[in-house]
Structures are given as structure tokens and as C-alpha cells.
Ligand binder design. Structure first.
Ligand code: HEC
Ligand code: HEC
Length: 363
């Protein structure tokens, strides 16, 4: 590869922050194609990667290998709560109709989504939003597309109470569980008492959900040292994702989310974060979703309005700034090969869900 091209890659384009990269003391670029060079550069530790194109003020951390959940599932204090939470998650008796469980809309085999644009809940009511995957959900500081909940413990009340989801309420659901004999011993093992309380129900659900993580992807295998795990197109896509296409401004870190909220110009008539904060500037902002397993979690966006990821890439490519569109989004001028490369990269961070055994429910 031509020396000036290598220099271009390492310093990248003007907008990229060279200050974020360390100087590699043993940089030895092999002769070869553009893809050979990329493969070499990305096989080194991430601190030596080509500089990312990120704007100042961005909540940035570099892409990284899939993290474990911080929860220690075999700890005695937790394993009974996890087992209980797993049953509760699959138990339709938490709903008014006895027909809808959390797992109705977060199905393990569909990467913990429901595969619909918008969820269908109690009495076939259509939700206003798309059911997100709950893989790696331990990571988010704020939950829901609009960030209206601050913890998994708090979050679980919401679907049980919601008219368009399970249409029950906590006292009713708790009362029903108290009448199911088989649950007694599980609550006792998890919480050391005979009582069954709403807080115990939501805590068990929360602890269980923190154990649900993605499966290892090709990208992770590459990161762990197998330089053949990414195809040429996927490598070009990785470079574009971090530089010219600017995705990494928001989709960054090990889970490809900055844990923050942005207006991507696709809000429709949903106020998003504004619902929670009542700050005018927050209108149309949504949580940056993790892109792990993204090719398995369609349809996409808060309202499931995108059925082809290629259409979304085209939206980013041709973005037109309106009053509240995030300033990080600018027209990208991507060629059709570049768009296909980004899609290939998204494939490389998507894998089938971890196989999961649905629990037996207590009688
Ligand atoms: C009728 C379908 C449906 C049911 C039943 C349901 N959910 Fe959801 N879930 C959704 C939808 C839709 C959203 C997104 C709502 C929003 O952002 O406003 C969501 C969001 C979530 C989130 C937030 C994820 C994130 O990334 O912010 C968690 C966690 C969650 N659900 C867990 C549960 C639990 C636990 C239960 C059972 C107590 C449950 N869900 C029942 C459809 C459902
Ligand atoms: C300004 C921050 C920002 C940038 C830059 C950005 N995204 Fe997003 N992305 C978001 C937000 C916020 C959402 C959720 C929007 C919604 O639901 O309406 C999203 C949603 C997505 C989704 C759908 C995920 C899902 O689960 O529904 C994909 C795929 C995606 N982005 C890919 C990309 C790619 C590829 C790029 C680069 C070309 C990119 N994004 C650049 C913030 C950003």
C-alpha cells in the first residue's frame, strides 16, 4: 500500500481527533492492499487504532469486546433471586388476562424482542413503541426509549400496570402470586420470608434481567485475536463506522451506545425524552440503542418504522438538519459500496442469542 495512504489512515481526515490515539512504538505496516493494512491496524490494541472521527463534547469510549454482566450469577445471595425472576418473567399470571408474560414481548429466541413494529398487549392493544431487546440491559443508566425509568426495579412496575401491556396492577398481581402455592418456597429461598411483596417481585425480575447478555459475535472473536474473523467488507465497515460515517459519535463503547439521548430526525409525533424532562430541547430525543445483535432485532427504531437497516443508513447519509436534529448528524456522502460495508459491519456485531431454557412455572 502507498505510504501516503497509510498516513491518511493513521491521521485520517481533518475532523478526526488524532489526540485520542497513542503512538505505536512498533508500527510496521505490511505491504499489501488497503484491507491488509486495515487488518493489521485493527489487530493491534485499540489505543493504536486509526483515530475516530468524533466531535468535541461527545460522550466517547472506544469500541470493545462484549462485557460480562456485572452480576455474579452463582453467588448464593443472587442465584435464588435469578431463578425466581426467570419464572416471573415467563409467567402470564402477572397479567390481568393470565395470557401475557414479559416474555410475550421479549422472546429469548428473537434476541429478547417480539419481532413486531409495535408490541401487542392486553386485549390486542397496540403499543405506541417498539419492544427493545433486553440483552445487556444492565448497562443502561436510563430505561425505555424516552428514559422515563431509572432502574430495572422501578421499570418492572410499568408493564404490569400498563393498559396496553399486561393491564394488571401490582396489588392484583401480588395477590395472585400469593395464591400460587408453588411460588412460596422460591420466594423464601430468594428473600428469606413467607411474604410475597411487590418489591420482591420487581427485584427478582430486575436481577434476572441483568443476567441476560448477548452472545459473542465475529467482532468479539476478532478483538480476541483472530484476525480472520472479520471479512474485508466488515473491516472497511468498521473503519467507516468509526470515521467517515461518524456512527461512533453516538454508538460507541463495548455496547455501541453512549447511554445518552439524541434526535435523529425520525421522531414522528413522539416527544421522546421531553415526556420525562419537559425540556423543549429534548423533544424527539430517544435513547441511543445498543447496536449489538442489531441485525436480529428488527423492525427498528422507537416505533418500529424502519424495516430495512439499509434505509436507516440512507437516512443518516442524506440527513437534512431541521430545528432539533442533533448537530452530530451531517450528510455523509457515502458510496453504495461504503453503505454496504457498514451493513456488513453491523452483521459482524450481530449473533444468534445465547440458547435459553424456558423455566417450568410453579403451580
Ligand atoms: C405488550 C408487550 C410488552 C410486555 C408484556 C412487556 N414489555 Fe417490556 N417493553 C415493551 C415495549 C414496547 C417497551 C418500550 C417502551 C418504551 O420505551 O416506551 C419495553 C421496554 C422494556 C424495558 C426497557 C429496555 C430499555 O432498553 O430501555 C425493559 C427492561 C422491559 N421492557 C422489561 C419488561 C418486563 C420485566 C416485563 C414484564 C413485567 C415486560 N417488559 C413486559 C413491551 C412489552
Ligand atoms: C447523533 C447520534 C447518532 C449517530 C451519529 C448515529 N446514531 Fe444510530 N441511533 C441513534 C438514536 C438516538 C437511535 C434511536 C432513534 C429512534 O429510535 O428514533 C439510533 C438508532 C439506530 C439504529 C436502530 C437500532 C434499533 O435497535 O432500533 C441503527 C441500526 C443505527 N442507529 C445505526 C447507526 C449507524 C450505522 C450510524 C452511522 C451511519 C448511526 N446509527 C449514527 C443515535 C445516533
Amino acid at each position: 500500500m502507498k505510504p501516503y495512504l497509510v498516513a491518511f489512515l493513521l491521521v485520517a481526515v481533518v475532523a478526526c481527533s488524532v489526540s485520542k490515539v497513542a503512538k505505536d512504538p512498533v508500527l510496521k505496516i505490511p505491504a499489501g492492499t488497503y484491507e491488509d493494512t486495515l487488518r493489521y491496524l485493527y489487530s493491534r490494541p485499540a489505543k493504536y487504532w486509526p483515530p475516530p472521527c468524533i466531535d468535541s463534547g461527545t460522550n466517547f469510549s472506544e469500541l470493545a469486546v462484549l462485557p460480562e454482566s456485572p452480576i455474579e450469577p452463582y453467588k448464593d445471595s443472587l442465584k435464588h433471586k435469578i431463578a425466581l425472576g426467570k419464572m416471573l418473567f415467563f409467567d402470564p399470571r402477572l397479567s390481568k388476562s393470565n395470557m401475557i408474560a414479559c416474555a410475550t414481548c421479549h422472546k429469548p429466541e428473537l434476541s429478547w424482542t417480539d419481532g413486531r413494529s409495535r408490541s401487542i398487549g392486553h386485549d390486542s392493544a397496540i403499543n405506541k413503541r417498539n419492544s427493545p431487546s433486553i440483552q445487556n440491559v444492565w448497562f443502561y443508566h436510563k430505561l425505555f426509549w424516552d428514559g422515563r425509568s431509572s432502574s430495572l426495579e422501578d421499570q418492572a412496575f410499568s408493564p404490569i400496570n400498563s393498559e396496553t401491556e399486561m393491564s394488571s396492577d401490582m396489588p392484583q398481581a401480588t395477590g395472585k402470586l400469593r395464591r400460587i402455592k408453588g411460588y412460596q418456597s422460591y420466594f423464601e429461598a430468594a428473600f428469606g420470608d413467607h411474604e410475597i411483596t411487590p418489591e420482591e417481585i420487581t427485584e427478582a425480575l430486575a436481577v434476572f434481567q441483568r443476567t441476560i447478555i448477548s452472545n459473542k459475535s465475529s467482532f468479539d472473536i476478532f478483538m480476541q485475536g483472530n484476525s480472520k474473523a472479520l471479512t474485508d467488507a466488515q473491516l472497511r465497515g468498521l473503519q467507516l463506522f468509526r470515521t467517515k460515517a461518524r456512527c461512533i459519535n453516538c454508538h460507541n463503547g463495548a455496547l455501541f451506545s453512549d447511554n445518552s439521548f439524541h434526535n435523529t430526525g425520525l421522531a414522528g409525533n413522539d416527544d421522546g425524552l421531553f415526556f420525562k424532562t419537559k425540556i423543549t430541547n429534548d423533544k424527539g430525543k430517544f435513547k441511543t440503542p445498543s447496536l449489538r445483535d442489531v441485525m436480529k432485532t428488527g423492525p427498528w427504531l422507537h416505533d418500529g418504522s424502519i424495516t430495512q437497516v439499509a434505509d436507516l443508513i440512507e437516512h443518516y447519509n442524506r440527513i437534512t438538519q431541521r430545528s432539533r436534529t442533533d448537530k452530530l448528524l451531517v450528510p455523509l456522502h457515502l458510496s453504495s459500496v461504503e453503505k454496504a460495508d457498514i451493513l456488513a459491519f453491523l452483521q459482524s456485531i450481530s449473533s444468534d442469542p445465547v440458547p435459553f431454557n424456558v423455566p417450568q412455572l410453579p403451580e
